[in-house]
Design a protein around this ligand. Sequence first.
Ligand code: SAM
Ligand code: DTB
Ligand code: SF4
Length: 331
Amino acid sequence: MHREVADIAAPVPSQIEALFALPFSDLMHRAQTVHRQHFDPNAVQLSTLLSIKTGGCSEDCGYCSQSARFPTEVESQPLLSQAEVLAAAQAAQARGATRFCMGAAWRGPKEKDLIQVAEMVRAVKALGMETCATLGLLRDGQAEQLAQAGLDYYNHNLDTSRAHYDNIVHTHSYDNRLDTLAKVRAAGLKVCCGGIMGMGESRADRAQFLAELAALDPPPESVPINLLVHIPGTPLSNNAALDPIEFVRTVAAARITMPTSFVRLSAGRSQMPDHLQALCFLAGANSIFYGDRLLTTPNPESDADLKLFEKLGIQPLALEKPLADRKTAEA
Ligand code: SAM
Ligand code: DTB
Ligand code: SF4
């Protein structure tokens, strides 16, 4: 669904900082109120991730296990076959995932890679799942190729504020990322764009990061909020952990600034107790990565997630549609 009101101005960083500064109960109340205006508060969307090409990446993103520049324990793996990807998608669908996201450790795909990924997208789409890919920076025409193959979403994160980005990544720029996001939009794909919290950024950086996302026109349909997974061997491996309440505040601020977007509680859930995840759902998170692996690190077992959902009275969302769209469809 898009914002029907062209006159909603994107919030500026100072307004978002003011949200962060609210008493916690007031912030949560604001987030819940907004959430319930646009979504069923008891439904959470499930996406499963698969790393289709692992490690050996030319880039130097300081958080990443897959950069060839850092001495991490990740074993590189070339592009999987279509049969391997299809089998993983079928298994994810059987567990209840509605979206399958294929991730590759590339600066960006080469033409011959893209032809193969397009075939994977076609095959996964034919299962009746929503498709998502995260392949790095795109060149002209590549987003269109993916759209033609049936890709629904392209994930490409801004990850942090513009100012902090240069402390974390030196091999490509914030503007490179924005340029790919524009190509994705122009090809008619839905945008999945979020970031990582706990990379040594300040609260002002978190507010600026959310302002960048909200200013995308339209804002991303899907906003993954990751908590840094500390990977031994990476420059950020010894970063101080982010205060969990500050993480919940970030989820709430994302919900309020992007009322109709799905906000995904993403990497970091393996390190989060149930009550912290419950607070994130209360703050307006309504999507998760589902399945026991993210790309190279563990994620909670599906059974544990289903148990948590049962405790909280959460239903997996069958179709990713905001409440208003579903009401129209039912009328
Ligand atoms: N190479 C492509 C790219 O950079 O866009 C796609 C894969 S990359 C691994 C996708 C996203 O995973 C990153 O933008 C980042 O947000 C997230 N990510 C990677 N490593 C992470 C970590 N250690 N903790 C949390 N999130 C991480
Ligand atoms: C996103 O925002 N988080 C996902 C997905 N998009 C591609 C990746 C998380 C990766 C966590 C670290 C790992 O497993 O390597
Ligand atoms: Fe490569 Fe993506 Fe990891 Fe950066 S985040 S090192 S581009 S795989």
